[in-house]
Structure formats: structure tokens, C-alpha cells
Write a protein that binds this ligand. Sequence first.
Ligand code: HAM
Length: 419
Amino acid sequence: MITIPKGTKDVLPSESHKWRFVEDAARRTAEEFAIKEIRTPVFEHTELFARGVGETTDVVTKEMYTFEDKGGRSITLKPEGTAGAARLFIENGLSSSPLPLKAFYLTPCYRYERPQAGRLREFHQFGIEVFGSAEAETDAEVIFAASSFLDKLGIKDVELEINSIGCKSCRAEYNKALKDYFRPHLSKMCPTCNERFEKNPLRMIDCKEEGCKAITAGAPKILDYLCPDCKAHFEKVKSLLDVLNVKYSVNPDIVRGLDYYTRTVFEFVSTSIGAQGTVCGGGRYDGLIEELGGGSVPAIGFAAGLERLILLMENTGVDFPPPKAPEIYIAGMDERSRTEAFKLACTLRASGICAECDKMNRSVKSQLKFADKIGARFVVVIGENELASGECDLKNMADGTSVRIKTGNILSYLRDNKL
Ligand code: HAM
């Protein structure tokens, strides 16, 4: 048997309503914040991610699905949504549209990681990106949008952690301090950290190796190296979150796993889904558009992993609204009434009613059993008598009561009695 590739997941008919619920909440959040949808290709030129996400990140060095296409181009399946969104913004000249430009996406992403609970090779993100505003209000609004999305899902078991990782100028100072701190420890640190020491010491803070983590714990904190502007920006973001009543804690160890971040970074973290507890992460990336060849356009955004959100909701007993069941099941007794039941079901469907009828040549008894199994709200049996009289008994499956109505009035009855 051919099986599903490692690190990927099917969504079964019995669980797709969970996905619909989360995606609907994402779309509703976007609508409330006047954020328009964008769609970018699942694959891009590899260089976009190498330059955008950063040459020293795990994503670029170890996790990308990269291949040469038949035209000899290096192509990569998107490991995240921000770089593609930034390319879209630049390539379509959107810096001359009214700013800030607010965009959202729901997209599959691909990372060659070791699969575990909440960590897949194909996963899905809901992301929001705002281009063109450097103001702290935008940081607070984007964080508030993420929090409002999580609220809509009924998720309570999650905490917001924020940090600032400064701008180019304070980062230079900080990198120097980091190098001074790490230099005497290098021989005890992993090869990746040794490589990052030269290229991007900030990334060493993100190392997951136990030995390195112990050393990293004592490293200087970026918050002590922020320039006055970055400090003021961070203070403003915090005070706006206070105004909005958004609870957060400052975690100076959040540096995020991607290189484009500047200033505000944040994560929504849960302890209920195991080691991969970050359900949503984001931050400001004021240098990315320029890095990718656009103008100097500040930006900020976040992405939430849909698989992790669903897992968190399942693990913490958050209720998903039940999937929609058919409004009516129309059973047929003999050849002629079956055809009539089939026709009636299709007519009702054409009027927007979810109707079902038999396609398995079952007995009436089995048809009624099936109607019960699929949770039909009303059931009607059509036989010779019903065909002759033009009337039928419409049974309400919830309370067992029946009403006798003209068969031609079923549509208006269902419309009048919508849940
Ligand atoms: P990220 O932290 O790499 O950020 O990913 C965002 C979210 O995607 C994570 O918090 C997690 O929920 C989910 N995620 C990441 N990797 C996996 C995986 N292997 N399996 C399942 N879920 C995963 C970004 O991708 C940035 N582009 C976010 C952003 C947008 N920053 C600014 N704008």
C-alpha cells in the first residue's frame, strides 16, 4: 500500500469541520481589521528564502524543500509566508498603494523537520502582514489581531511573550557583547554555534543543544543594548498593549528563528501541546523589503500554525461547533417513489437546502437508520400513498413529532423552521 509521506497529515471528513472553524475565525478576524487576502505560489525561487529568511537560520540551512525544476532553476516550497508576501508587495508596486497595506494568507508551508506532536513537514499557517507603518500602534494592532483570533477559537491556555531585538545599530553593539561573552565558551559549543559566532551571534541564543543552552542562559540580554529609539518604541508598544488590556510578559530570550526580525518580536505559547508550544509567532521586520530589493518599507506580522491550534483546542477540551448535518432525508419505498425522492432531494438542493436520499438501494428501514446516522434533522418517507395524495409526514428527528404537509410545501416549511 502507498502511504502518506512522513510528517504530513490527511484531514478526514470527520474532522474537516474543525479546519473550517479555524479558517472561518481567521477570515472573520481579518475582516474586522480590514485586512485583505493575498495568495502567493506554493513554490518560489530559492533565493527569496535564502535572502529573506536568512542564511544562518535552521529553516534555510537544514529544512527547505529545494529542488531543481526541469528548466534548471532552483525552486523551494515555501517554508513560511512572509518572504512571499514581501516579494508580492515589491513586485506589484504596492508601496504606491495607500499605506499601511494589510494582508493576510492561509497557506500550506513545508519544512523538512523531525516530525513530532505539533511539528510537521507540511503544515498550515494563518498569517497577517502589515506593510508601511513603523508606528508602535501597528505593533499593538497586529498583536491584538492575533489575540482576537485566538479568542475567537475559545483558546484560553496560551500566554503572550514579547521582546525587542532592536534595530541594525543596537544589534551591532549587542553582537559585539555576545561575541565577547561566547568567545571563551566556543570550544564547548556545537559546530552550528561556532559557525553562527562569526556570521550571526544572535542566532546562537536560539540553539536547542543542551550544552549550548546552559551557556546561552548567561549571555547578555538584548534589552540592555537597545538604542534610545528602539527602547522608546518598545515602551510604547507595551503601554498600548496595556491600554488594550492584552496580558503579556517580557521574555528577553525570544529572538525568533528567522533572520528578518527587528524591534518587536512576540510569541503566543501554550504548555498543553508538548515541546512545540508556540502556536503563533511574529514580529517587526523593517529591513526585509529593502533586503529583497524594494524601498525602505517597515513591516510587521505574525503567523499561527493551524495544526498546533487544533491540537491545543483538542487537548484543552475547547468545543468545535458540530459539522452541519443534512436538513432532510427523503426515503423512497418503491421504484417510482425512489425516483420522486431523488428528484425532490435535488430540487431542494437547488434551493440551498442540504438534502439527502438513498443511493444504495436500501430498504426503507435501512434508509431510516442511515438518516439517523448522518444526523438528518427531518425525515420523510415517500410511497404510493404520498404520491397519490401529494402529502407527506415530515418527521422531526430531534423530538419525534410529525407534521402532515403538502409535499410541494417542504421547501417553505424547512425555510420557516431553520435552526
Ligand atoms: P514561525 O515561528 O517560523 O514564524 O512559524 C509560525 C508558526 O507556524 C509557529 O508558531 C507554529 O505554530 C507554526 N509552525 C512552524 N513550523 C511548524 C511545523 N514544522 N509544524 C507545524 N507548525 C509549524 C513564521 O513563519 C513567520 N513567517 C511569522 C511571521 C509573519 N513573522 C512576521 N510575519
